[in-house]
Design a protein around this ligand. Structure first.
Ligand SMILES: C[S@@+](CC[C@H](N)C(=O)[O-])C[C@H]1O[C@@H](n2cnc3c(N)ncnc32)[C@H](O)[C@@H]1O
Length: 362
């Protein structure tokens, strides 16, 4: 099945929805805010259009995070225009995600968003539109967008690497895992390399000259020790295969289209593509579950495991369901919840989030 046709986060606002389980991504947006602010400040000082400023958020998903970045950006533009004694331009904001994203929930939240804009006396019209489609390709006309933003989306690659599908290189795993042969790492990296280069090339065509882009990408500390959360999920699927609850051939034919690059890999790809100048790069290193401890340090282990498991479920469940079916999900995530914190402690699981501020070179 084509990744574009099935990939999305859990929609609506139920117990396992992305909207109710995206605390980590929300924390990451707040870490990146000073870098987004600096990029907007630069844009306002050097390149603010008189008529209309176009912004796009790529991989917007649905829930409270979707309009958070847009709201922060508008605040910053308003402050800058006051400081510079300029009338703000009108705004056109594009919310992009794959077609299966729950755009309905996003659109239903727009009246409340417009009301808040009125309350804070934003003086010009703001037009918000959905832009369904893959960011691994063109989404907008040439030279039309002033600022791109994308958070926690670019580690999803456009397809499961070809060799994993046709040659079954990664039997018993669902991602790059300790027992995967080196060719699996190479296949994933090649796919990420192609996708990220297409992403940069597409955005370079769409950005106005000197336009800005801030990308937040979840990454690996070392490329050959990826420590992916999906590895733990794969172990639980393996257990269910051993108990006859999932067919082995179903596990062997499944791989997640997900790659967490290292900082060095990203830098090399940006330089090789050549359209962008790096203005700023910040790296945040954290334990996988630190966002839960930071939100509430009084939670016991069982409560933390529950929150962590539902957080992961809200992200990967639709993709797992497209292959394994809905029927095994409760059991799978119960097992995952039971073991994931011990797994993290044993493996000392940490990730990095990289925030990159880029401007178009020409
Ligand atoms: C973890 S969510 C992040 C959502 C939001 N930016 C946040 O920070 O909370 C990743 C989003 O990227 C979207 N995505 C993945 N691949 C994509 C692609 N090729 N084109 C557009 N969106 C994509 C997914 O559908 C998902 O909604």
């Amino acid at each position: 099945m084509e990744v574009e046709q099935v990939l999305h986060m859990n929609g609506a606002d139920g117990r396992t929805s992305y909207a109710n389980n995206s605390l980590l991504q929300r924390a990451v947006i707040s870490w990146a805010k000073p870098i987004v602010d600096a990029s907007i400040e630069k844009l306002c000082c050097a390149n603010l259009p008189a008529e209309c400023l176009r912004i796009a958020d790529l991989g917007c998903s649905s829930g409270p995070n979707t309009l958070l970045v847009v709201s922060n950006v508008i605040d910053k533009i308003q402050n800058m225009c006051q400081n510079l004694n300029r009338r703000p331009p009108s705004l056109q904001v594009f919310l992009n995600d794959l077609p299966q994203n729950d755009f309905n929930t996003v659109f239903k939240s727009l009246p409340g968003f417009y009301k808040k804009l009125d309350e804070r006396k934003w003086p010009e019209p703001c037009f918000i539109a959905g832009m369904p489609g893959s960011f691994y390709g063109r989404l907008f006309p040439k030279n039309s967008v002033n600022f791109f933003h994308s958070s926690y989306s670019l580690h999803w690659i456009s397809k499961v690497p070809k060799g994993l599908v046709t040659e079954g290189l990664n039997e018993g795993n669902i991602c790059i895992a300790k027992t995967s042969p080196p060719s699996v790492f190479n296949e994933y990296f090649e796919q990420f390399k192609n996708d990220f280069t297409v992403f940069l090339r597409s955005r370079a065509e769409e950005l106005v000259p000197q336009g800005g882009m801030v990308l937040t990408i979840r990454g690996s500390i070392n490329s050959h020790e990826p420590h992916s959360i999906c590895e733990c999920l794969g172990l639980k699927i393996n257990d269910m295969v051993l108990e006859g609850l999932i067919e082995k051939k179903n596990l062997d034919s499944f791989n997640i289209p997900y790659y967490e690059p290292t900082m060095e890999e990203l830098m090399e790809l940006i330089e090789a593509e050549g359209s962008f100048r790096l203005q700023d790069l910040q790296v945040f290193k954290h334990d996988w579950d630190s966002f839960i401890k930071e939100a509430d340090s009084g939670l016991d282990k069982k409560a933390r495991a529950g929150i962590f498991s539902t957080h992961i479920r809200s992200v990967v469940e639709p993709f797992l369901v497209s292959h394994f079916g809905e029927g095994v999900m409760e059991d799978l995530f119960r097992r995952f919840e039971k073991d994931v914190l011990d797994y993290m402690e044993k493996e000392k699981c940490q990730s990095i989030d990289m925030v990159l501020s880029l401007t178009k070179e020409y």
